[in-house]
Design a protein around this ligand. Sequence first.
Ligand code: SAM
Length: 223
Amino acid sequence: MKPWTPFEAERRRMVEIQLRHRGIHDERVLEAMLRVPRHEFVPPEFLERAYEDRPLPIGGAGTISQPYMVAAMTDAAHVEPGDRVLEVGTGSGYQAAVLASLGATVYSLERNAQLADAARARLARLGYGQVEVICADGSQGYALAAPYNSILVTAASPRVPPALLEQLAEGGRLIIPIGDLQVQRLERVEKTASGISTRMLEACQFVPLIGKYGWPEEDFRGR
Ligand code: SAM
């Protein structure tokens, strides 16, 4: 018999009620969301709320995204085992763990050094050896490991950063919330041999992408 793990019942409810019933049908994504222990990625004071249908604060200006949004972005990215995936906005490391759980090699960029250090240590402790966390301005991407089969940006941007498009492989998918500081729409940008095609997905609310191709650093000093 499989050993019981903490919060397993909560995680199963989260997958059925928040994800499957809302239209996430890829069994691989649902299984990854079932496997990854979300409660390990929230601050201790939010432990009991780890599986609620909402984002939660993680310190700094960061949040761990709502489970549905993590699943929807992962679903839209169509990640296959062996893919190279770039995540912009490591935060807690939860989204990176879900991507790694699908068999991807993940490069995850975080501008806040404290969050990057904490996520790196957490992911190592939990055994996600195929995630590399780098402290850098992710709006410029990470050319060293490009090209990527998928790029997920988990912070809101006023426009699609050109560096990310350049670093996307042909056939690759970029999932990114585009809009103003209040509300955005998730976009799925696909790079094909004949050019770029963009599909609008759902409305969303993310914290800002701060950097060269996001919102100007000087508007957010100290955040
Ligand atoms: N994916 C995260 C998770 O699973 O916990 C949630 C990400 S949180 C909504 C957005 C993160 O993006 C914050 O931690 C913030 O510091 C980070 N961020 C904002 N601008 C950034 C940039 N230019 N480069 C890298 N990270 C950035």
